[in-house]
Write a protein that binds this ligand. Structure first.
Ligand SMILES: Cc1cc2nc3c(=O)[nH]c(=O)nc-3n(C[C@H](O)[C@H](O)[C@H](O)COP(=O)(O)OP(=O)(O)OC[C@H]3O[C@@H](n4cnc5c(N)ncnc54)[C@H](O)[C@@H]3O)c2cc1C
Length: 501
């Protein structure tokens, strides 16, 4: 009895706002530690951007499709005494992505260096194989250098970054501190097609190769380390984590938006829901776009939080198709990239606030992969980059234009779909802006432009000691593994700051 009373004394009531991967990762660790966790989300289920659309052969992914950096998730599950493989069925994809150019060139990148190198030599020649070898090893060295001191650090600063670099001064020329990714790639690769291929990775964090710093060439290493698929789609990961949270006593409330955080003295003590309900909290973790705070969407008491993010440029948005259809032609892999005619011209259009007319198009054919029979009906997600709402206001003709641009272009690659498509099959920037309040339709938080972009992101700790931020808009950045890492780092910070005891 005495033990139980003591347990009660240290049990903290923690409200997690948002069941995106960042919020779920925090909730799982907190529930496992015995805290009273209540996750509240305006959406109807877990996953946030890891969404699905109903299809005739099962749910169709219409959010992330490329699961990378698996050790981040293995660590999360292990930290609560579980093995991820007991909760989701993972498969490592031997082909990272199949790439198609308008001139008929096709290239597969593979799960290991040797196979990708052999394929590049085969398609582009021995000299270009050597260029790839140098690029691969340089980007790998950069990834290893910044992984621990920056990506796995909740609160990196310039001094820590510099000290990581000075321990390996041979990396300084590889960082190309004053170059953009586009110009750095032109010095690695003579062939514009490979510049185009590796430049595309900037869009994984919502940037354009013309403005993203050269250092972020390391992003592609996340994919080079392997890509996994999840049986049933990516949303299964969110559902598996939600289930483990519930098994540890966490409560989930869906279809309710949080509209205000109230402060008493220097701590948040009340969370206000849209229906006026008040919920008491010892600590709050916010998993929405951090820009919601300075924009006043969570009331005046937190308006001063993450102020800087409001004045920073926003990252890319997207047009995202999700549907199932019979496909004519095209030997699709699981991940496919159909390149634009003029490299990077789509980013110039986006910069001008236009819908790109010559886009690079990504297709995830969810049911395809090595050793899988070609399905009769494919579940498909098709993504085109788009400007955020602040750069381009929606127009009534957008759906028809986007449809014509997407499918005319794919037809030129010999790909047609037997399916009539309507508005519900397309998520547009304005839909993202509605689903993710204060995001401006941007999918990756603030823009990765500029050398100091990493250090300009909000961090999980705020000026209010019991309020924490997690997710793709927070350091270490966007993407499912980074948001999951952020959720874990935030709980470590809460522990370090004795918020939980
Ligand atoms: C089309 C697309 C493709 C992508 N592809 C990839 C990919 O292949 N690989 C990859 O790693 N990443 C990819 N990403 C990025 C990745 O999905 C995100 O970075 C990541 O899922 C973000 O997780 P998060 O923790 O920030 O939460 P989010 O997914 O942003 O979820 C936040 C949740 O908070 C809720 N919320 C916000 N405000 C409130 C409020 N006031 N009250 C209640 N609830 C609230 C929202 O409803 C939402 O459910 C992609 C994203 C998109 C959209």
């Amino acid at each position: 009895m005495v033990g139980q009373e003591q347990d009660k004394k240290v049990r903290r009531k923690i409200i997690v706002i948002g069941a995106g991967i960042g919020g779920l990762s925090s909730a799982l660790k907190l529930a496992h530690a015995g805290h009273d966790v209540h996750v509240i989300d305006a959406a109807s289920g877990p996953g946030g951007k890891m969404r699905t659309h109903p299809g005739s052969t099962g749910p169709i992914d219409i959010g992330p499709t490329v699961l990378t950096l698996l050790p981040v998730f293995e660590r999360l599950f292990r930290s609560v005494g579980e093995d991820i493989n007991d909760h989701v069925k993972l498969a490592r994809e031997p082909i990272l992505a199949r790439h198609w150019w308008p001139d008929g060139t096709m290239l597969d990148l593979h799960e290991n260096f040797e196979a990708s190198h052999a394929e590049i030599q085969n398609v582009f020649g021995v000299a270009i194989g050597k260029e790839f070898e140098k690029f691969y090893h340089d980007t790998r060295a950069l990834f290893e250098c910044f992984d621990l001191p920056v990506m796995q650090n909740a609160r990196p600063n310039l001094r820590q970054m510099m000290s990581a670099v000075f321990k390996k001064p041979q990396l300084i020329p590889k960082m190309r501190p004053f170059s953009t990714l586009e110009s750095s790639l032109s010095s690695y690769f003579k062939d514009p097609r490979l510049q185009q291929l590796f430049g595309r990775y900037a869009s994984y964090i919502g940037g354009a190769p013309q403005t993203t710093p050269a250092l972020l060439s390391l992003i592609w290493q996340a994919e080079a380390k392997g890509v996994w698929t999840i049986k049933g789609g990516m949303n299964q990961l969110a559902r598996a984590i939600e289930k483990l949270c519930i098994a540890r006593g966490a409560e989930f409330t869906y279809n309710k938006a949080v509209v205000e955080l109230r402060r008493s003295r220097d701590e948040i003590d009340t969370v206000v829901l849209e229906n006026g309900s008040l919920i008491y909290a010892d600590a709050v973790i916010f998993n929405g776009d951090p820009r919601a705070m300075p924009m006043g969407k969570l009331g005046n008491d937190v308006r001063h939080i993450a102020q800087n993010t409001n004045s920073e440029k926003r990252s890319l948005s997207a047009y995202v198709w999700g549907f199932d259809a019979r496909i004519d032609a095209a030997n699709l892999a699981h991940h496919n990239v159909f390149f634009a005619d003029r490299p990077n011209s789509e980013f110039d259009a986006i910069q001008k606030g236009e819908m790109p007319t010559d886009p690079t198009i990504y297709i995830c054919a969810q049911d395809r992969g090595i050793n899988k029979p070609t399905p009769d009906v494919d579940r498909l997600e098709i993504i085109l980059n788009a400007p955020p709402l602040s750069k381009r206001a929606p127009k009534p003709e957008d759906f028809d234009r986007c449809k014509a641009i997407t499918f005319d272009r794919l037809q030129r690659f010999g790909l047609t779909f037997q399916r009539e498509l309507c508005r519900e099959h397309l998520t547009m920037p304005e839909d993202f802006a509605r689903l993710f309040p204060a995001s401006d339709g941007s999918l990756y938080g603030q823009s990765p432009e500029g050398m100091m972009a990493t250090l300009k992101r909000p961090q999980c700790v705020t000026q209010i000691k019991n309020l924490f931020l997690v997710g793709g808009g927070i350091h270490p950045g966007a993407g499912v593994p980074m948001a999951a890492l952020c959720g874990q780092l935030a709980v470590e910070e809460m522990t370090r700051r004795q918020i939980l005891t």
